[in-house]
Design a protein around this ligand. Structure first.
Ligand SMILES: Nc1ncnc2c1ncn2[C@@H]1O[C@H](COP(=O)(O)OP(=O)(O)O)[C@@H](O)[C@H]1O
Ligand SMILES: [Mg+2]
Length: 352
């Protein structure tokens, strides 16, 4: 048994990247939600423009699909400067980074996606470049090695990370501004959906947008993806007309339920409740019960279930909450794990 994760996976792959590029807001004022980040960033950018200096380096932290790449492109657009894009995994050696830094033009925005995955030597070179706009290129090896200093044009680093906790403190401290991207509420996702529908030339009634938004896991990328599935369904089965019922039928067909849970999520919860009486049960036992790798269960299904307050990771194993029983239409036992306890435990374990 294996599950098609494409529909509610927060990462984008293949063709989806092209479609996403077309749906990306280009200016800050088009960017929906994240009101606090937007206001903070707008101040940073305006004052930089006023002083005619590159703004402080910006770190964007938040889960996949929340708009980090979009926002970094917006920063370059708002400053009317070029944008250079790379990613942590591409910077394996210090030389990879030096090659980029030495060719930056003044004021350019350098976007490093997944910055927590940079190699150590590149990271150390980056500290110096961020602070002093200078790097030391080491030539030769051993006792004969010499460091040749190289000037770097003043630039703005925009880093994006899904795991801010993995960034070493010296790197984190060199960002003047950290934008914490939050999950979007349903009303904001409705706006995202209306905007995307306009761009796709699709009529989307308000109640249909509401239906899709509620199943989108707080994530614009998923909202846009569900919208395309609803559009496909409507074209084939409903003469291209999207209504709330059409949206709901489409998403039911793709097995995305009213809370955004998909087949794997429900299989994990179902096994936890029906086979293990709600837990606690170990990760690998639970994974075997749904015929998946432990890592798939842990990385793909659990974070969302935890966030929805349906599952808790405790030192003794995975535990279903009272809400999980209710979600699957079952009666919670009197001693079912309460929702308030879940929050406490997550805090204690340091991954709330
Ligand atoms: N605030 C937003 N307003 C409108 N669309 C958004 C917003 N944030 C993200 N999106 C859409 O979601 C998709 C994924 O966003 P992206 O910036 O690639 O996320 P991340 O880099 O955080 O994974 C983009 O194609 C964009 O169209
Ligand atoms: Mg991205």
């Amino acid at each position: 048994m294996s599950f098609d994760r494409d529909l509610v996976a927060p990462d984008a792959e293949g063709d989806e990247r092209l479609i996403e590029a077309a749906l990306r807001p280009k200016r800050l004022e088009e960017f929906i939600g994240q009101a606090r980040v937007r206001e903070q960033l707008s101040l940073v950018l305006q004052s930089a423009l006023r002083r005619n200096r590159p703004p402080d380096h910006v770190l964007m932290s938040g889960g996949p699909g929340l708009g980090k790449t979009t926002l970094s492109m917006i920063i370059a657009t708002e400053l009317s400067v070029p944008l250079r894009i790379t990613s942590g995994p591409a910077l394996e050696r210090a030389g990879d980074l030096a090659a980029i830094l030495s060719t930056l033009s003044e004021g350019e925005v350098l976007f490093i996606d997944e910055i927590h995955r940079m190699a150590r030597p590149a990271e150390e070179m980056l500290y110096l470049a961020m602070e002093d706009f200078r790097v030391d290129i080491v030539v030769g090896k051993g006792p004969g090695a010499t460091a040749i200093p190289l000037e770097v044009a003043p630039f703005t680093l925009v880093g994006a990370t899904t795991r801010a906790g993995l960034l070493p403190a010296p790197l984190r401290d060199r960002f003047g501004f950290v934008a914490h991207m939050e999950f979007y509420d349903v009303a904001e996702l409705e706006q995202v959906l209306h905007r995307s529908s306009r761009l796709l030339g699709l009529q989307l009634p308000g109640d249909a947008a509401h239906e899709i938004a509620g199943r989108s896991r707080g994530t614009p990328r998923i909202a846009n993806r569900l919208l395309r599935r609803v559009r496909d369904f409507a074209e084939v089965r409903a003469d291209g007309v999207v209504t709330r019922d059409v949206a709901s039928a489409a998403l039911n067909l793709y097995e995305v339920d009213a809370e955004g849970l998909d087949r794997l999520d429900r299989a994990v919860l179902g096994a936890l409740l029906r086979k293990f009486g709600g837990g606690p049960v170990g990760l690998s036992t639970l994974a075997v019960a749904v015929g998946e790798e432990p890592e798939t269960v842990e990385v793909v299904a659990e974070p969302f279930l935890v966030r929805q307050g349906l599952l808790a990771r405790t030192p003794r194993g995975r535990v279903a909450t009272a809400a999980a029983w209710v979600h699957l239409g079952l009666t919670p036992p009197p001693d079912a794990f309460g929702a308030s306890m879940v929050v406490d435990l997550e805090d204690d374990l340091g991954h709330a």
